[in-house]
Structures are given as C-alpha cells and as structure tokens.
Design a protein around this ligand. Structure first.
Ligand SMILES: *[C@@H]1O[C@H](CO)[C@@H](O)[C@H](O)[C@H]1NC(C)=O
Ligand SMILES: *[C@@H]1O[C@H](CO)[C@@H](O)[C@H](O)[C@H]1NC(C)=O
Length: 436
C-alpha cells in the first residue's frame, strides 16, 4: 500500500521485442481462489505457528544479549507485540496481562510466563520469578522509533517502575527483540501465505475483467467496492481499502471524483487481503482493450513500461541480502537503476503479521535518500517483504512519461539462498475485453 502517489514527465527510451513473449507463468494459474478452513481449524493451525514463534523467543533474547523480556498491558491498550503472542481465541488482553520471557531459565523452570490478573498478586508473582532468575538486562518495549518495539503504554511503564523496585533499574530497550519476534515468519506459515497470495491475485484478475468493468459505465470506485465485497464473500478481511485508479497525467492523489473507466485506459490497483493472522500487499495494472482490439494491440509504450518496472524489481530483489541494511539495498538499487538509464522510486517494506510489518525499510515513497533508524535495520532471513516500487517510462502513444507501479510479496528461499516471489509477479497486463 502506498501513501502518496504522483506522476512526472521525462524523456523517451525505446525497447525492442515483445515483452508479452517473455511471460514465464500465465496469470491465470497464479490467480486461484482458496477457501479458508472452518474457524476452528484455522485456530488450531494459527496456534501451532504461534507456539513455534514463542519457542524462538529465548534464542532471540540471547542473540541480542538480553536476559529477559517483559510486556505489560491492560485490556484495549495492548502492546503491539500482544497481537503476535495471543492465541487465536483471544480478542484482546484482559485485565492486566503480563508476559515475561527468560532467555536462560535455571534448570527445570520455564522460559515463558503469563499472568492475567487485576490484583497486586501479579507483582509479587513477577518479583518472585525475577528474584529466582536474576536477569541483568530486562528488555521492555519502550523504543522511540519502531511501533513493534515501542508498544509499552506510558501508564504501564509507570506502574512497572513503581511496583518492581530495583528490577526497573535493569530495564533496557533493545529494538531488535520485538522486531525479530514479530518479523519472523515460521516455515509452516508459507503454505497458507501462498494461498492468500493466489486468492489476492484471483480477486484482482476477476475485478480487472469485463465481468466487473463495463467501459464507459463503471467507475474506479465501483471496482474498489466490488473488491471489498469479494473479500467478504470469501470470508477474508483486509487491512486497507483497495485503491483503483486510472494512470495518466494527473496524480490519482489529486483526483477527488471517481472517474468512469474508458476504452484504452491503463488501470492500477493497490490491494491486500488478511486472513489467519497474515496480510498481503499487491499492485497490478490492467489495460482496457478498445472495441476490435486484441491482446496484440496493447500500446507498445505500455508493454515497455511494464518491462521497465519488472527490471527494477529484478534489480532490487538482487540486492536484497540477509543482514544488509534497508538503506544499503536502497542505495545500490537506485544507483543501478540510474546506471541503466531510467528513473523510479523504491519503497519496500516487511509484511506478515501486519501489512507494514516489523523489519527493515528499503526506502519510503518520500524518503529516497535513506530512512533513519528503520532503514538501518538488517534484512531478516525468515521474513516476507513487499517489493513496492515504480519505474518511469515514456509512452509515445500518449506523448507522456508515465509511472508504472508494481508490488509483489517475496519470501526467503533457503535452497536458492535468495528472496523469491511468493507466487509470482505481474509480467502481463490484466485485460478488460470489450463486451461482445
Ligand atoms: C464463508 O463462511 C460461511 C460460514 O462459515 C460458509 O458457509 C461459506 O461457505 C464460506 N464461504 C467461502 C467462500 O469460503
Ligand atoms: C508532446 O508533449 C510535449 C510536452 O508536453 C509538447 O511540447 C509536444 O508538442 C507534444 N507532442 C505532440 C506530438 O503532441
């Protein structure tokens, strides 16, 4: 999902060949609907993932040199991390909910504690554990820059300090603890993440078809609401309202009305689904064929623009190395792009538990020189990223330099040691055929 969006005019380039011929996977195979299992089965699947994630916590604490991790929250004022720790049957924290993790518990004692209590007994219980485990560094989520490691509410910090006495002097802020916990996607999640992606593609493919769009009649807003209803019909939800726009001279940002879609339009969608505790984020483009036009009549300038933005995807994905910082991937990618003679922007983000999830930012739409703090975070292997960007390309048929926007999600592949598309990427326009 992008936050701002505009178009610039620039110079011409030309490419030979037909980009449609280099298509590797036909769109329709990737676009496939997956029904969700009954809620009870979903809960069992999700809780299994959550257990695996919680089992990882001591290793994360040891990696970042802290001995304990303490989270405290009240009903409706949850720590951001609560949502990644909770069981599928929990809908909020209750009373005062406290989680305490110990990196290296003494033999025979647990590494994880949780309390749901609204009496002073919670403090004596916690003190007892702290006395027996004697942690030197206790991580709390009081970071100033990251939502994921900054979820401790100020009132809770106050009460922890007043109730835990000398232990509060051992509180430390280690930003990466929460980021790595929330950002880590355990392997079991991938099967369903792929199904979510296939389903998102299927919704886009159907929304960008003559079934939904009648040129001269349908407005962009109609397609957005069709997508919302489709999400509901499939028992999925989403994390942002879909955005459908017509690419052209004017920034969709400046357009207040919802324009009617016409023959020859180049359409764009920014779309995500949510299910089973995971989120997707996809941007695709579609061409509205004019009456009498066939697939081979798509303006060459558009085909070349798509090829250009596919190239930018390859460049960015090529520089995404685990351990590299987001800013270094951004800088290398932009340099390479410019060296190849074209322009664009890169603004990739982690995705998973949240649409904009925990981890390294590779640029932001308005920050192409680097992102402070979150751009300095290293890319974590076991995470998903949304490769979000645009390339500029001069379209002779329109006498206009246009921005070609794409977004696809990637996951780390242990075998090939690289990030790979979760299900694929757009290399061919969705086509809206004229009514027969
Ligand atoms: C959505 O959920 C309802 C109620 O459980 C179920 O009857 C229906 O088949 C589900 N629809 C899809 C498309 O999975
Ligand atoms: C193309 O656009 C440029 C700049 O907007 C304009 O000066 C030029 O006349 C246009 N060319 C044609 C053929 O319309």
């Amino acid at each position: 999902m992008r936050s701002i969006f505009y178009l610039l005019a620039l110079t011409a380039t030309s490419l030979a060949g037909d980009p449609q011929k280099i298509l590797k996977q036909p769109l329709r195979q990737i676009a496939e609907y997956y029904h969700l299992p009954p809620l009870r089965e979903q809960a069992a699947i999700q809780d299994k993932w959550t257990k695996e994630r919680i089992d990882n916590v001591p290793a994360i604490l040891n990696k970042y040199g802290v001995d304990a991790w303490l989270m405290s929250q009240k009903e409706y004022a949850e720590d951001t991390v609560f949502w990644s720790l909770k069981s599928a049957k929990q809908f909020s924290a209750r009373r005062r909910t406290v989680n305490l993790f110990i990196a290296n518990p003494t033999k025979g004692t647990p590494s994880s504690y949780s309390w749901i209590d609204n009496t002073p007994e919670v403090w004596s219980d916690i003190l007892e554990v702290l006395e027996s485990q004697n942690p030197s560094k206790i991580a709390i989520n009081a970071d100033e820059s990251s939502a994921f490691s900054g979820g401790l509410h100020v009132g809770e910090l106050g009460i922890l300090q007043s109730q835990l006495g000398k232990w509060a002097k051992r509180f430390v802020v280690e930003r990466m603890v929460a980021i790595e916990f929330v950002g880590t996607m355990v392997p079991g999640r991938l099967e369903w993440y792929e199904k979510l992606q296939h389903t998102a593609w299927a919704m886009i493919s159907e929304g960008f078809s003559s079934k939904v769009i009648v040129p001269g009649v349908t407005r962009t807003e109609d397609v957005e609401w069709w997508l919302r209803d489709k999400i509901q019909q499939m028992n999925y939800t989403t994390w942002f309202h879909p955005d459908v726009s017509i690419l052209g001279e004017k920034s969709p940002f400046e357009i207040t009305e919802s324009p009617v879609i016409n023959y020859g339009d180049l359409l764009h969608v920014d779309f995500g689904v949510t299910a089973m505790g995971m989120n997707t984020d996809t941007q695709h483009m579609a061409y509205v064929l004019r009456p009498g036009e066939t697939d081979s009549d798509i303006p060459v300038g558009y085909l070349e623009g798509l090829k250009q933005v596919n190239r930018l995807q390859d460049i960015v994905k090529g520089y995404m190395v685990p351990g590299a910082t987001g800013n270094s991937v951004l800088e290398k990618s932009l340099n390479k792009m410019r060296a190849e003679g074209f322009d664009g922007r890169v603004y990739c983000h982690p995705i998973g538990d949240w649409g904009h999830a925990a981890g390294a930012l590779i640029g932001m739409f308005n920050l192409q020189e680097g992102v402070s703090v979150l751009g300095e975070v290293p890319l974590l292997k076991q995470s998903y990223f949304s490769v979000e960007l645009y390339a500029e390309h001069f379209v002779p048929e329109r006498n206009l330099t246009m921005n070609f926007f794409l977004e696809e999600d990637v996951r780390w592949d242990e075998k090939t040691q690289q990030w790979v598309w979760v299900v694929g990427r757009q290399e061919k326009f969705h086509l809206i055929h004229p009514a027969k």
